[in-house]
Design a protein around this ligand. Structure first.
Ligand SMILES: [Zn+2]
Length: 335
């Protein structure tokens, strides 16, 4: 199966998070062949009932190429035109799986060994697959994680800090607001101060950004609101402590801020001869916690179209990625 056919075949297997089994079976079957021809090993790493990572390796797995097999909903079947392949997972990350498998084939054909392929479940939800793999390391010293980066080597990725901010009040008739206490007024005041927080800037990762993604509250126009809440997401570039303190100060006396997610920013390795970039999204890398070696991040396609109905990947970048992954593995094996 050529690179584009394999990409399309993978896209056409629906594998929305928690439903990765069929994609996993397909990868096991395809890789078993490469494993048999080149004296490798393959295994399914159980994560949960009916959910497993696929790990194949040839010799000692010093370098591991890894990405995820799950996608966000909804499933979008594949199609292609002269320059692009479209469909769910085209760039995030079915196309990347296809590139890694092709790179592995070519490396093996040229006699290179001591590397592995690790395809995990659950990246789009809670990184269940990466967390399970982190509990079960195999001595890998370098982890090449695949996410769309336009085939540039990401030097770092921003982290995330997410809050639920909630205010409570007391209902009253809107004609006599003095008898009540508006939760919406309190929340708006708190959010005003949240928006005024000076966000840290990092020389490598750039600036932190803050998004108030949802806001809800109240009962009717003629009722003083007794509840209101908002969800806030900060893309983090440094130490979370000052931001946590600033959020606490901003809401003090008006609302409560509950931290619901924290992912630290990560700094990644560079390699000779590969263009670099910085990405704003988070990946499975923090969940691996270094258990599979020093992390690198690179993949074909653009994050700007991932998770959209227009998800696609340039064919040229798929072809390039096969070359780049081979180059990275070879370089790291002699590092
Ligand atoms: Zn992804």
């Amino acid at each position: 199966m050529d690179l584009f056919e394999l990409t399309r075949r993978l896209i056409d297997i629906e594998s929305i998070t928690r439903n990765e089994r069929e994609a996993g079976e397909f990868l096991l079957a395809r890789l078993s062949d490469t494993v048999a021809r080149h004296d490798g090993r393959i295994e399914r790493m159980e994560v949960e009932p009916d959910r497993f990572n696929v790990f194949a390796h040839w010799g000692e797995p010093v370098v591991t190429l890894s990405t995820h097999m799950d996608t966000v909903p909804p499933h979008v079947p594949s199609r292609e035109d002269e320059n692009r392949i479209w469909g769910r997972g085209a760039c995030d990350a079915k196309g990347i799986i296809a590139c890694m498998m092709h790179a592995a084939e070519r490396l093996l054909e040229s006699g290179v060994r001591n590397f592995g392929l690790l395809f995990v479940v659950g990246e789009e939800k809670n990184s269940a697959g990466a967390l399970a793999a982190a509990q079960d390391p195999r001595g890998s010293r370098y982890l090449i994680n695949g996410e769309p980066s336009g085939n540039k080597l990401a030097l770092g990725s921003k982290g995330a800090l997410r809050y639920e901010i909630a205010a409570s009040g007391k209902m009253a008739h809107s004609a006599c607001p003095e008898l009540g206490e508006s939760a919406i007024d309190k929340l708006l005041d708190a959010l005003q101060d949240v928006r005024a927080i000076r966000l840290p800037v990092d020389p490598l990762l750039g600036s932190s950004t803050l998004n108030i993604g949802t806001i809800t509250g109240g009962r009717a126009p003629n009722v003083v609101a007794d509840f209101a809440s908002a969800e806030v997401m900060i893309r983090l570039v440094g130490d979370p402590a000052p931001l946590r303190a600033a959020i606490a100060r901003a809401v003090e006396g008006r609302a409560t801020a509950r931290e619901v997610l924290f992912i630290p920013p990560v700094r990644l390795g560079r390699l000779k001869g590969i263009d670099t970039t910085v990405v704003a999204y988070t990946t499975d890398i923090p969940e691996f916690g270094g258990a599979w070696g020093k992390p690198f991040l690179l993949g074909p396609g653009s994050i700007h179209v991932a998770h959209t109905l227009e998800e696609h990947v340039p064919k040229r970048q798929l072809v390039e990625a096969v070359e780049i992954y081979q180059k990275m593995v070879s370089q790291l094996l002699t590092a």
